[in-house]
Design a binder for this molecule. Structure first.
Ligand code: ARG
Length: 363
Protein backbone atom coordinates (compact mmCIF):
# COMPACT_ATOMS: atom_id res chain seq x y z
CA UNK A 1 0.00 0.00 0.00
CA UNK A 2 2.83 2.36 0.86
CA UNK A 3 4.39 1.72 -2.54
CA UNK A 4 1.26 2.46 -4.52
CA UNK A 5 0.73 5.53 -2.38
CA UNK A 6 4.31 6.72 -3.08
CA UNK A 7 3.85 6.07 -6.81
CA UNK A 8 0.86 8.40 -6.80
CA UNK A 9 -1.62 5.71 -7.81
CA UNK A 10 -3.85 6.33 -4.82
CA UNK A 11 -3.93 10.08 -5.47
CA UNK A 12 -4.98 9.51 -9.06
CA UNK A 13 -7.71 7.09 -8.01
CA UNK A 14 -8.78 9.63 -5.46
CA UNK A 15 -9.14 12.20 -8.24
CA UNK A 16 -11.16 9.88 -10.46
CA UNK A 17 -13.53 8.51 -7.88
CA UNK A 18 -13.75 11.13 -5.17
CA UNK A 19 -12.90 14.50 -6.75
CA UNK A 20 -14.46 13.77 -10.13
CA UNK A 21 -11.26 14.99 -11.78
CA UNK A 22 -9.63 13.22 -14.72
CA UNK A 23 -10.32 9.74 -15.89
CA UNK A 24 -7.50 7.64 -14.48
CA UNK A 25 -8.14 3.93 -14.10
CA UNK A 26 -5.84 1.23 -12.84
CA UNK A 27 -5.95 -2.02 -14.78
CA UNK A 28 -4.49 -5.23 -13.41
CA UNK A 29 -1.24 -6.10 -15.20
CA UNK A 30 -0.57 -9.55 -13.82
CA UNK A 31 -2.92 -11.94 -15.62
CA UNK A 32 -1.78 -15.38 -14.54
CA UNK A 33 -0.51 -16.95 -11.38
CA UNK A 34 -1.83 -17.28 -7.84
CA UNK A 35 -5.16 -15.73 -6.96
CA UNK A 36 -5.58 -12.95 -4.45
CA UNK A 37 -9.15 -13.32 -3.28
CA UNK A 38 -10.85 -10.08 -2.25
CA UNK A 39 -14.16 -10.16 -0.41
CA UNK A 40 -16.36 -7.13 -0.88
CA UNK A 41 -19.98 -6.06 -0.86
CA UNK A 42 -20.39 -4.61 -4.33
CA UNK A 43 -23.02 -2.03 -3.48
CA UNK A 44 -21.09 0.96 -2.25
CA UNK A 45 -20.13 3.51 -4.89
CA UNK A 46 -17.63 5.02 -5.40
CA UNK A 47 -15.70 2.29 -3.56
CA UNK A 48 -17.18 -0.86 -5.08
CA UNK A 49 -20.10 -1.05 -7.45
CA UNK A 50 -21.31 -2.41 -10.77
CA UNK A 51 -21.35 -0.14 -13.78
CA UNK A 52 -22.50 -0.32 -17.39
CA UNK A 53 -24.43 -3.53 -16.91
CA UNK A 54 -21.16 -5.35 -16.46
CA UNK A 55 -20.70 -8.02 -13.83
CA UNK A 56 -17.11 -6.93 -13.20
CA UNK A 57 -17.01 -4.66 -10.16
CA UNK A 58 -15.38 -1.25 -10.37
CA UNK A 59 -14.58 1.48 -7.90
CA UNK A 60 -11.81 2.94 -5.78
CA UNK A 61 -11.30 -0.16 -3.61
CA UNK A 62 -11.35 -2.52 -6.58
CA UNK A 63 -8.70 -0.63 -8.55
CA UNK A 64 -6.57 -0.17 -5.45
CA UNK A 65 -6.76 -3.93 -4.94
CA UNK A 66 -5.65 -4.47 -8.57
CA UNK A 67 -2.56 -2.38 -7.85
CA UNK A 68 -1.87 -4.32 -4.67
CA UNK A 69 -2.32 -7.64 -6.48
CA UNK A 70 0.20 -6.48 -9.12
CA UNK A 71 2.68 -5.65 -6.36
CA UNK A 72 2.24 -9.18 -5.02
CA UNK A 73 2.42 -10.75 -8.48
CA UNK A 74 -1.05 -12.20 -8.02
CA UNK A 75 -4.32 -12.08 -9.93
CA UNK A 76 -7.18 -10.35 -8.13
CA UNK A 77 -10.40 -12.34 -7.76
CA UNK A 78 -13.25 -10.20 -6.40
CA UNK A 79 -15.97 -12.07 -4.51
CA UNK A 80 -19.23 -10.22 -3.96
CA UNK A 81 -20.74 -11.13 -0.58
CA UNK A 82 -22.88 -9.49 2.10
CA UNK A 83 -20.99 -6.79 3.99
CA UNK A 84 -21.56 -8.58 7.31
CA UNK A 85 -19.97 -11.75 5.96
CA UNK A 86 -16.71 -10.19 4.78
CA UNK A 87 -14.91 -10.44 8.10
CA UNK A 88 -15.91 -14.11 8.38
CA UNK A 89 -14.75 -14.73 4.84
CA UNK A 90 -11.31 -13.31 5.62
CA UNK A 91 -11.04 -15.08 8.95
CA UNK A 92 -12.11 -18.43 7.58
CA UNK A 93 -9.58 -18.13 4.77
CA UNK A 94 -12.29 -17.94 2.08
CA UNK A 95 -10.82 -14.57 1.14
CA UNK A 96 -7.31 -13.20 1.52
CA UNK A 97 -8.32 -9.57 1.93
CA UNK A 98 -11.49 -7.59 2.52
CA UNK A 99 -12.00 -4.17 0.95
CA UNK A 100 -15.42 -2.66 1.27
CA UNK A 101 -15.18 0.85 2.61
CA UNK A 102 -14.34 -0.58 6.02
CA UNK A 103 -14.41 1.79 8.95
CA UNK A 104 -11.76 0.93 11.53
CA UNK A 105 -13.44 0.15 14.83
CA UNK A 106 -12.16 -1.22 18.13
CA UNK A 107 -14.68 -4.06 18.00
CA UNK A 108 -13.53 -5.17 14.56
CA UNK A 109 -9.89 -4.94 15.62
CA UNK A 110 -10.56 -7.80 18.01
CA UNK A 111 -11.16 -10.20 15.14
CA UNK A 112 -9.15 -8.86 12.21
CA UNK A 113 -6.06 -6.84 11.36
CA UNK A 114 -6.47 -3.53 9.56
CA UNK A 115 -3.85 -2.09 7.21
CA UNK A 116 -3.06 1.60 7.54
CA UNK A 117 -5.90 3.89 6.49
CA UNK A 118 -6.32 4.90 2.88
CA UNK A 119 -9.29 7.21 3.06
CA UNK A 120 -10.89 9.84 5.21
CA UNK A 121 -14.56 10.24 4.57
CA UNK A 122 -17.26 12.76 5.09
CA UNK A 123 -20.51 11.47 6.34
CA UNK A 124 -23.86 13.14 6.64
CA UNK A 125 -27.46 12.47 7.45
CA UNK A 126 -29.75 12.02 4.46
CA UNK A 127 -33.25 13.43 4.19
CA UNK A 128 -35.96 13.05 1.57
CA UNK A 129 -35.34 15.05 -1.55
CA UNK A 130 -38.91 15.58 -2.73
CA UNK A 131 -39.71 17.78 -5.69
CA UNK A 132 -38.21 17.40 -9.12
CA UNK A 133 -35.33 14.93 -8.72
CA UNK A 134 -37.44 12.46 -6.82
CA UNK A 135 -40.39 12.55 -9.17
CA UNK A 136 -39.27 9.73 -11.46
CA UNK A 137 -42.12 8.44 -13.57
CA UNK A 138 -42.76 4.71 -13.73
CA UNK A 139 -41.38 4.75 -17.27
CA UNK A 140 -38.15 6.33 -16.03
CA UNK A 141 -37.90 3.70 -13.34
CA UNK A 142 -38.40 0.91 -15.85
CA UNK A 143 -35.81 2.44 -18.15
CA UNK A 144 -33.26 2.95 -15.35
CA UNK A 145 -33.79 -0.50 -13.91
CA UNK A 146 -33.61 -2.58 -17.06
CA UNK A 147 -32.78 -0.77 -20.27
CA UNK A 148 -30.04 1.65 -19.27
CA UNK A 149 -26.61 0.00 -19.53
CA UNK A 150 -28.35 -3.32 -20.32
CA UNK A 151 -29.13 -3.76 -16.65
CA UNK A 152 -31.65 -6.52 -17.38
CA UNK A 153 -28.63 -8.78 -17.94
CA UNK A 154 -28.20 -8.93 -14.14
CA UNK A 155 -31.59 -10.62 -13.98
CA UNK A 156 -30.85 -12.86 -16.94
CA UNK A 157 -27.54 -14.21 -15.68
CA UNK A 158 -29.10 -14.55 -12.23
CA UNK A 159 -31.99 -16.52 -13.65
CA UNK A 160 -29.60 -18.92 -15.36
CA UNK A 161 -27.86 -19.58 -12.04
CA UNK A 162 -31.18 -20.02 -10.24
CA UNK A 163 -32.31 -22.60 -12.81
CA UNK A 164 -28.99 -24.47 -12.73
CA UNK A 165 -29.01 -24.68 -8.93
CA UNK A 166 -32.64 -25.76 -8.79
CA UNK A 167 -32.30 -28.41 -11.47
CA UNK A 168 -29.25 -30.13 -10.04
CA UNK A 169 -30.46 -29.81 -6.46
CA UNK A 170 -33.73 -31.46 -7.43
CA UNK A 171 -31.82 -34.36 -8.95
CA UNK A 172 -29.78 -34.86 -5.78
CA UNK A 173 -32.94 -34.49 -3.71
CA UNK A 174 -34.90 -37.09 -5.65
CA UNK A 175 -32.15 -39.71 -5.80
CA UNK A 176 -30.96 -39.31 -2.22
CA UNK A 177 -34.49 -38.89 -0.91
CA UNK A 178 -35.58 -42.11 -2.60
CA UNK A 179 -32.68 -44.04 -1.10
CA UNK A 180 -33.38 -42.69 2.36
CA UNK A 181 -37.06 -43.58 2.05
CA UNK A 182 -36.15 -47.14 0.97
CA UNK A 183 -33.86 -47.55 3.95
CA UNK A 184 -36.51 -46.28 6.35
CA UNK A 185 -39.31 -48.40 4.94
CA UNK A 186 -37.22 -51.56 4.71
CA UNK A 187 -36.13 -51.08 8.29
CA UNK A 188 -39.71 -50.59 9.46
CA UNK A 189 -40.88 -53.73 7.62
CA UNK A 190 -38.18 -56.24 8.46
CA UNK A 191 -35.73 -54.63 10.86
CA UNK A 192 -32.69 -54.54 8.56
CA UNK A 193 -30.41 -51.50 7.95
CA UNK A 194 -30.37 -50.60 11.66
CA UNK A 195 -27.37 -48.27 11.51
CA UNK A 196 -28.31 -46.63 8.21
CA UNK A 197 -31.84 -46.10 9.45
CA UNK A 198 -30.54 -44.42 12.57
CA UNK A 199 -28.30 -42.10 10.50
CA UNK A 200 -31.21 -41.33 8.17
CA UNK A 201 -33.45 -40.39 11.08
CA UNK A 202 -30.88 -38.06 12.57
CA UNK A 203 -30.34 -36.53 9.13
CA UNK A 204 -34.04 -35.94 8.59
CA UNK A 205 -34.45 -34.44 12.04
CA UNK A 206 -31.54 -32.03 11.68
CA UNK A 207 -32.23 -30.96 8.11
CA UNK A 208 -35.95 -30.46 8.60
CA UNK A 209 -35.46 -28.89 12.00
CA UNK A 210 -33.10 -26.09 10.97
CA UNK A 211 -33.58 -23.22 8.52
CA UNK A 212 -32.32 -23.70 4.97
CA UNK A 213 -30.41 -20.45 5.17
CA UNK A 214 -28.40 -21.58 8.21
CA UNK A 215 -27.61 -24.85 6.44
CA UNK A 216 -26.39 -22.99 3.38
CA UNK A 217 -24.19 -20.68 5.47
CA UNK A 218 -22.75 -23.59 7.46
CA UNK A 219 -21.94 -25.57 4.33
CA UNK A 220 -20.24 -22.58 2.72
CA UNK A 221 -18.53 -20.84 5.63
CA UNK A 222 -17.78 -23.84 7.85
CA UNK A 223 -17.69 -27.11 5.95
CA UNK A 224 -16.14 -25.75 2.76
CA UNK A 225 -14.35 -22.92 4.57
CA UNK A 226 -10.89 -23.75 3.32
CA UNK A 227 -11.85 -25.41 0.04
CA UNK A 228 -11.73 -23.47 -3.20
CA UNK A 229 -15.05 -24.63 -4.59
CA UNK A 230 -17.53 -22.99 -6.95
CA UNK A 231 -20.42 -21.31 -5.19
CA UNK A 232 -22.89 -22.86 -7.58
CA UNK A 233 -21.64 -26.28 -6.55
CA UNK A 234 -21.94 -25.35 -2.87
CA UNK A 235 -25.51 -24.20 -3.47
CA UNK A 236 -26.37 -27.35 -5.44
CA UNK A 237 -25.04 -29.51 -2.60
CA UNK A 238 -26.74 -27.47 0.13
CA UNK A 239 -30.14 -27.28 -1.57
CA UNK A 240 -29.86 -30.88 -2.78
CA UNK A 241 -29.16 -32.22 0.71
CA UNK A 242 -31.98 -30.13 2.12
CA UNK A 243 -34.46 -31.20 -0.51
CA UNK A 244 -33.52 -34.86 -0.07
CA UNK A 245 -34.90 -34.77 3.46
CA UNK A 246 -38.27 -33.54 2.27
CA UNK A 247 -38.33 -35.86 -0.74
CA UNK A 248 -37.51 -38.80 1.52
CA UNK A 249 -40.64 -38.16 3.52
CA UNK A 250 -42.65 -37.72 0.32
CA UNK A 251 -41.47 -41.09 -0.98
CA UNK A 252 -41.94 -42.76 2.38
CA UNK A 253 -45.51 -41.55 2.77
CA UNK A 254 -46.22 -42.83 -0.74
CA UNK A 255 -44.86 -46.25 0.07
CA UNK A 256 -46.71 -46.39 3.40
CA UNK A 257 -49.93 -45.47 1.63
CA UNK A 258 -49.92 -48.73 -0.32
CA UNK A 259 -52.08 -51.12 1.67
CA UNK A 260 -50.00 -53.47 3.81
CA UNK A 261 -52.21 -56.31 2.64
CA UNK A 262 -50.30 -56.13 -0.62
CA UNK A 263 -47.04 -56.87 1.19
CA UNK A 264 -48.65 -59.83 2.88
CA UNK A 265 -50.19 -61.07 -0.35
CA UNK A 266 -46.80 -60.85 -2.06
CA UNK A 267 -45.14 -62.73 0.77
CA UNK A 268 -47.75 -65.47 0.82
CA UNK A 269 -47.11 -66.02 -2.87
CA UNK A 270 -43.53 -66.72 -1.87
CA UNK A 271 -42.06 -63.53 -3.32
CA UNK A 272 -38.99 -62.06 -1.66
CA UNK A 273 -39.13 -58.65 0.04
CA UNK A 274 -37.16 -57.03 -2.79
CA UNK A 275 -39.47 -58.41 -5.44
CA UNK A 276 -42.60 -57.35 -3.58
CA UNK A 277 -41.10 -53.88 -3.31
CA UNK A 278 -39.99 -53.41 -6.90
CA UNK A 279 -42.84 -55.09 -8.73
CA UNK A 280 -45.84 -54.45 -6.49
CA UNK A 281 -45.34 -51.62 -4.01
CA UNK A 282 -43.06 -49.09 -5.74
CA UNK A 283 -44.97 -48.76 -9.03
CA UNK A 284 -48.08 -47.76 -7.10
CA UNK A 285 -46.23 -45.65 -4.56
CA UNK A 286 -44.28 -43.65 -7.15
CA UNK A 287 -47.43 -42.82 -9.02
CA UNK A 288 -49.01 -41.51 -5.84
CA UNK A 289 -46.09 -39.33 -4.85
CA UNK A 290 -45.19 -37.90 -8.24
CA UNK A 291 -47.20 -34.69 -7.70
CA UNK A 292 -45.66 -34.20 -4.23
CA UNK A 293 -42.18 -34.71 -5.67
CA UNK A 294 -42.87 -32.07 -8.31
CA UNK A 295 -44.27 -29.66 -5.74
CA UNK A 296 -41.04 -29.93 -3.79
CA UNK A 297 -39.31 -28.90 -7.02
CA UNK A 298 -41.44 -25.76 -7.06
CA UNK A 299 -40.70 -24.92 -3.42
CA UNK A 300 -37.02 -25.47 -4.01
CA UNK A 301 -36.96 -23.01 -6.88
CA UNK A 302 -38.24 -20.28 -4.57
CA UNK A 303 -36.01 -21.36 -1.74
CA UNK A 304 -32.86 -20.79 -3.82
CA UNK A 305 -33.53 -17.06 -3.51
CA UNK A 306 -31.33 -17.04 -0.40
CA UNK A 307 -28.27 -17.95 -2.48
CA UNK A 308 -27.15 -14.33 -2.30
CA UNK A 309 -26.06 -14.95 1.26
CA UNK A 310 -23.02 -16.82 0.02
CA UNK A 311 -22.34 -14.20 -2.62
CA UNK A 312 -23.89 -16.15 -5.45
CA UNK A 313 -25.61 -14.06 -8.06
CA UNK A 314 -28.94 -15.76 -8.48
CA UNK A 315 -32.16 -14.17 -9.77
CA UNK A 316 -32.92 -12.43 -6.47
CA UNK A 317 -29.38 -11.14 -6.16
CA UNK A 318 -29.61 -9.86 -9.74
CA UNK A 319 -32.52 -7.69 -8.64
CA UNK A 320 -30.58 -6.54 -5.59
CA UNK A 321 -27.67 -5.46 -7.78
CA UNK A 322 -29.99 -3.33 -9.89
CA UNK A 323 -31.46 -1.86 -6.71
CA UNK A 324 -27.99 -1.03 -5.42
CA UNK A 325 -27.22 0.81 -8.68
CA UNK A 326 -30.43 2.79 -9.04
CA UNK A 327 -31.41 3.17 -5.36
CA UNK A 328 -34.88 2.24 -6.53
CA UNK A 329 -36.26 -0.96 -5.03
CA UNK A 330 -39.79 -1.35 -6.29
CA UNK A 331 -39.24 -2.05 -9.98
CA UNK A 332 -36.39 -4.58 -9.76
CA UNK A 333 -37.96 -6.44 -6.84
CA UNK A 334 -41.35 -6.63 -8.54
CA UNK A 335 -39.66 -7.86 -11.69
CA UNK A 336 -37.90 -10.60 -9.74
CA UNK A 337 -41.20 -11.60 -8.13
CA UNK A 338 -42.93 -11.75 -11.50
CA UNK A 339 -40.20 -13.95 -12.98
CA UNK A 340 -40.44 -16.44 -10.10
CA UNK A 341 -44.22 -16.38 -10.38
CA UNK A 342 -44.18 -17.10 -14.11
CA UNK A 343 -41.84 -20.05 -13.67
CA UNK A 344 -43.91 -21.39 -10.78
CA UNK A 345 -47.10 -21.04 -12.82
CA UNK A 346 -45.57 -22.94 -15.70
CA UNK A 347 -44.35 -25.70 -13.39
CA UNK A 348 -47.71 -25.87 -11.59
CA UNK A 349 -49.46 -26.21 -14.91
CA UNK A 350 -47.13 -29.06 -15.87
CA UNK A 351 -47.74 -30.82 -12.55
CA UNK A 352 -51.47 -30.45 -13.13
CA UNK A 353 -51.17 -32.10 -16.54
CA UNK A 354 -49.09 -34.86 -15.04
CA UNK A 355 -51.70 -35.52 -12.36
CA UNK A 356 -54.41 -35.73 -14.97
CA UNK A 357 -52.40 -38.11 -17.08
CA UNK A 358 -51.79 -40.33 -14.07
CA UNK A 359 -55.47 -40.40 -13.21
CA UNK A 360 -56.39 -41.40 -16.74
CA UNK A 361 -53.89 -44.17 -16.72
CA UNK A 362 -55.57 -45.52 -13.56
CA UNK A 363 -58.89 -46.21 -15.21
N1 ARG B 1 -17.98 2.18 6.47
C1 ARG B 1 -19.06 1.42 6.94
C2 ARG B 1 -18.57 0.23 7.76
O1 ARG B 1 -17.45 -0.13 7.77
C3 ARG B 1 -19.97 0.92 5.84
C4 ARG B 1 -19.28 0.19 4.75
C5 ARG B 1 -20.29 -0.45 3.83
N2 ARG B 1 -19.63 -1.00 2.69
C6 ARG B 1 -20.26 -1.65 1.71
N3 ARG B 1 -19.57 -2.06 0.69
N4 ARG B 1 -21.56 -1.86 1.74
O2 ARG B 1 -19.38 -0.36 8.44
Amino acid sequence: MQEIKDEGILDKLYDTYINDKGNYHYKQKVTSGKKLVMASSIDFPPYEYFDNGSSTPVGFDVEMAYAIADKLGMVLDVQNIQFDAIINAVNSGKADIGLSGFTVTEERKKSINFTSNYMETQQAIIVQKGGAGNGQSFGDKLYNSFVKDHRFTYLLSGLVNTLIITLFAVLIGVVLGFLIALIRVTHDRNGSFKVLNCIARIYLTVVRGTPMMIQLLIIYFVIFASVDISKILVAVIAFGLNSAAYQAENFRSGIMAVDSGQFEAGHSLGLKFGTVMTSIILPQALKNVLPAICNEFISLLKETSISGYIGLQDLTQGGMIIRSITYEAMVPLLAVAVIYLVIVLILTWLVGKLEKALRKNER
